[in-house]
Design a protein around this ligand. Structure first.
Ligand code: MG
Length: 385
């Protein structure tokens, strides 16, 4: 491993001391804890873009997280940074997502407007720090600082100050000092973007909401479609459209991965960090696309936003999802005893603030279908079936 990689032997440690594991590094242990967590298993029933029951083959939060881990690991190996840490962060990065994807998150954020709002990155940290209940000695998974640093991808200043007050010098500080996280954490961020851009094209076409013809307007994708068709003219026919789509996406993914590796190597060479601390304190963000690829990726993102995430069909489910989250929030705030015992207890002993946070934690943890069932139980209305 390179000197600027996170070395598990020098990990900053866990909040509660635990003796080292005999056969695994600290980051492997973090990854294993994440894979065995309840929140991780819930990801399979949480929406990425399409609701879980809309089709069996669409990405869920779980398959998305696995794809991020795969891309992250292969880039990490080329950059000689820590693969296990990248895997741990990737698998945990979406643990705090609400049911129903961004629709659920926006609705919950609005419900929490007077109580500090709801941020899914911060929620992922709450899951691994507090909400998982598996160990007799502590709440949460007691992960290393390095994994937690990566999980907290973004954070508002207000929340960073609160984190800093609870844990001086901890994971909130870099947002106050405007410092960078480790290269492993930076990489997970970009691998996330590469993964969803690619799989949302695939899922978008599969759903019929976007077409290969429309994608001609996206230069990044169209370049690989055209190259594939030139090399394999037999794929132009309607029966081969899926194969053409997969091959174009595969080429796009490979090119983006190589682009990140080259651009990041150049940035590392320029800044020459001698340690992880230098990466954090002294260097600009170094895991990045080339300028050309960044622009292309932005155009693709914009296309997906306009044509897929804001598609009338998606917006219709979005409205129902927001209604479900709002109704659940109101119902549990009114009657906390309707929640699972641990959350009800938190809500009933605390003030208004604590009650709202307990309700948000309970709702955020739900799978799509559990949220739909709870909504029907509490309101008698069946939405999104
Ligand atoms: Mg993600």
């Amino acid at each position: 491993m390179a000197p600027y990689a996170c070395d598990p032997a020098f990990a900053r440690g866990r909040r509660f001391f635990e003796p080292p594991a005999p056969t695994r590094t600290e980051f492997q242990r973090d990854r294993d804890r994440i894979v065995h967590s309840t929140a991780f298993r819930r990801l399979v029933y949480k929406t990425q873009v399409f609701l879980n029951h809309e089709g069996d083959l669409f990405r869920t939060r779980l398959t998305h997280s696995l794809e991020v881990a795969q891309l992250g690991r292969s880039i990490a190996r080329s950059l000689r940074i820590n693969e296990d840490l990248v895997e741990a962060i990737s698998l945990a990065h979406d643990l705090g997502h609400t049911p129903f994807g961004h629709a659920g998150q926006d609705a919950l954020h609005a419900c929490m407007a007077e109580h500090g709002g709801f941020e899914h990155n911060l929620q992922s940290l709450r899951v691994v720090d507090m909400l998982e209940e598996r160990y007799p000695q502590f709440d949460g998974l007691n992960l290393t600082f390095e994994t937690r640093e990566g999980v907290l991808k973004h954070c508002s200043r207000l929340h960073a100050q609160a984190l800093e007050a609870q844990e001086p010098g901890g994971v909130g500080r870099r947002f106050l000092l405007r410092e960078q996280p480790s290269l492993e954490a930076q990489l997970c961020n970009l691998a996330d973007e590469i993964a969803y851009n690619a799989h949302d094209i695939d899922d978008g076409v599969r759903s019929g909401l976007i077409t290969l013809a429309q994608l001609r307007d996206v230069p990044l994708f169209d370049r690989y479609r055209a190259a594939t068709e030139a090399e394999y003219p037999e794929l132009a026919g309607p029966a081969s459209q899926r194969r053409l789509l997969y091959e174009a996406i595969r080429r796009m993914l490979s090119d983006q991965v190589y682009d990140v590796i080259d651009s990041t190597r150049a940035a590392i060479a320029e800044c020459a960090p001698e340690s992880v601390e230098a990466v954090r304190r002294r260097c600009p963000p170094m895991v990045k696309f080339s300028d050309g690829m960044r622009e292309c990726s932005q155009v693709l993102k914009k296309f997906l936003f306009q044509n897929l995430y804001r598609h009338p069909k998606v917006m219709e489910t979005t409205r129902h999802a927001q209604t479900i989250v709002r109704d659940l929030f109101a119902a549990y705030t009114e009657s906390p005893q309707e929640m699972k015992a641990a959350f009800a207890e938190q809500a009933l002993v605390g003030d208004g603030e604590a009650r709202a946070r307990a309700v948000a934690d309970f709702i955020a943890g739900m799978t799509d279908r559990f949220a739909m069932r709870e909504h029907e139980r509490l309101t008698g209305r069946r939405l999104l079936d």
